[in-house]
Design a protein around this ligand. Structure first.
Ligand code: ADP
Ligand code: MG
Length: 266
């Protein structure tokens, strides 16, 4: 399984553009990190055809340029960075919508079972009859995730899914998506900020800066003191734990490099 994007270019305005992005995603977990405004959401929206960008996309080696809309609809699950919670439908109905796209159809026993299974797995069953506009931010986030994966898409794109979640739910979500990647051979692309969680869960990491790829590789290759200083302007220490994963300790905001040097004193 592979999704390849090649020479993706997109211009929002004279102030921001995505520049010639080429990447290959596999059936594992790729994390996209980078500062606010570096173009992470713009990149995933280009992949999702929400923004019409220049460039090529290949799935399993074949170009999907001509049928991109259909391809996205059939194969891709997406959790946007901000989810809407103004609809007064129940949690059960919201998750069901991920499966059937409309609530007018009669729901089969099998579909009902599928929704119940996912509600159980996500510890949401007790909220099934609640209206989604009455949920907490974290609960809504879990409902939206359930909605985006219920169809078992081949590609799952999550834009900052850990926002609003307590630590237990952050781990639970990451465990769920990584087992989807390994057991169902799903390509998972996940925009996130928590570098220690990327170290633990990501197979590959893309670091973005100003609409460009700053670096790409395994956590070992990408998570360096130099990257953290250059991208986030933070000094850090990096250790390796018993599982062989890097653990990053953030020390402080990095001191600015002096703009000029005093050559002699008088
Ligand atoms: P990130 O997800 O990394 O925080 P975004 O991809 O959302 O960053 O945004 C990248 C840049 O593009 C930012 O400077 C942002 O202000 C700008 N931008 C995002 N969306 C739009 C838009 N719809 N129109 C114009 N500029 C936008
Ligand atoms: Mg974003």
């Amino acid at each position: 399984m592979s999704l390849k994007i090649q020479n993706i270019n997109y211009k929002h305005s004279s102030k921001f553009s995505l520049n010639n992005i080429s990447l290959t995603f596999h059936n594992n977990v790729t994390a996209i990190i980078g500062p606010n405004g570096s173009g992470k959401s713009t990149l995933v929206k280009c992949i999702l055809n929400i923004y019409k960008c220049d460039g090529e996309m290949y799935y399993q080696g074949e170009s999907i340029k001509k049928q991109k809309k259909e391809f996205i609809k059939q194969k891709v699950g997406y959790l946007p960075q901000t989810t809407q919670n103004d609809a007064s439908i129940t949690v059960f109905e919201a998750v069901l919508l991920g499966l059937i796209n409309t609530l007018n159809l009669k729901v089969s026993k099998k579909q009902e079972q599928k929704v119940n299974d996912i509600l159980d797995a996500f510890e949401l069953q007790h909220l099934a009859k609640n209206k989604i506009n009455e949920l907490s931010g974290g609960q809504l986030q879990m409902v939206s995730l359930a909605q985006s994966i219920i169809k078992e898409p081949e590609i799952l794109i999550l834009d900052e899914p850990l926002n609003n979640l307590d630590i237990h739910r952050q781990f639970s979500l990451m465990n769920t998506v990584s087992s989807l990647a390994y057991e169902k051979k799903m390509i998972v692309i996940i925009v996130m900020h928590d570098i220690n969680l990327t170290s633990r869960y990501a197979d590959n990491i893309v670091v973005m800066r100003d609409g460009n790829i700053y670096s790409y590789g395994t956590p070992k290759e990408v998570l360096t003191k130099k990257m953290i200083r250059e991208i986030y302007k933070i000094d850090s220490e990096i250790y390796v734990n018993k599982q062989g994963k890097q653990v990053i300790e953030f020390v402080d905001i990095a001191a600015e490099a002096p703009k000029y040097e005093i050559v002699s004193q008088i």
